[in-house]
Design a protein around this ligand. Structure first.
Ligand SMILES: N[C@@H](CCC(=O)N[C@@H](CS)C(=O)NCC(=O)O)C(=O)O
Length: 211
């Protein structure tokens, strides 16, 4: 299997971390969707990260769909989702919040860094920043009532989604979200970043998690 895309994408990072937990061998090709367009488009003409090239050559995209495939591949013994339907539902809710925080951070980054300054639309930026803040407030409330990890006493896809989102936001759009307003989430993030799978796939070479 080959995972295509850079680890500064939270979507790529969550797949790499899950691959590690699932003990699946894979080759990581750290191609940029902007700087390696030709090479990337030969693998996936949609130039979308993450892209997974499966062992039979099939090309998958979208982190959630890739993770669904990987879960099917490894079976339920190695599940990163909770067993009970109540906790499973809770995990989906938290993953949704984490992925929305990723999407909103990406939108702010693209608006600020890809668009000429005189074409940037402040009302849009304000709206997206407010949605981002709301996502983290809702996550913080969950973390405050959690014990160890977000659900049960073990790491699940909910922790991965939320924690990759948190560091991505601070790395890509520093200053938009105040770290010290979310103390429980900051703590959870540090705990996750100390885990072997997270350390194996840092957001960028030499990068340090923020707390
Ligand atoms: N919903 C997708 C989002 C993936 C995504 O937006 N990736 C960005 C990189 S962080 C990308 O491919 N951007 C290039 C583009 O959309 O053209 C997922 O979960 O994989």
């Amino acid at each position: 299997m080959q995972l295509i895309g850079m680890l500064d994408s939270p979507y790529v990072r969550r797949v790499a971390i899950a691959l590690h937990y699932y003990n699946l061998a894979f080759e990581h090709q750290s191609l940029s969707v902007f700087r390696n367009v030709d090479e990337f488009s030969k693998i996936n003409p949609l130039i979308k990260a993450p892209t997974l090239v499966c062992d039979n050559g099939e090309v998958l995209m979208d982190s959630t769909l890739i993770l669904a495939y990987l879960q099917k591949l490894v079976g339920s013994k190695l599940s990163l989702m909770p067993e009970s339907i109540e906790d499973y539902q809770k995990a989906l809710r938290l993953i949704g919040l984490g992925l929305n925080a990723c999407d909103k951070s990406v939108q702010i980054y693209y608006e600020r860094d890809m668009r000429p300054k005189d074409r940037q639309h402040q009302p849009w930026l304000t709206r997206v920043a407010s949605q981002l803040k709301t996502a983290y407030e809702l996550i913080e409330a969950h973390v405050q009532s959690a014990n160890g990890w977000l659900i049960e006493d073990r790491l699940t896809h909910a922790d991965i989604a939320v924690c990759v989102a948190w560091q991505f936001t601070h790395h890509m759009i520093p200053g938009v979200i105040q770290l010290n307003h979310y103390p429980s989430l900051s703590q959870l993030s540090l705990q996750a970043e100390a885990a072997r799978a997270f350390m194996q796939f840092p957001l960028a070479p030499g990068w340090q998690a923020q707390a």
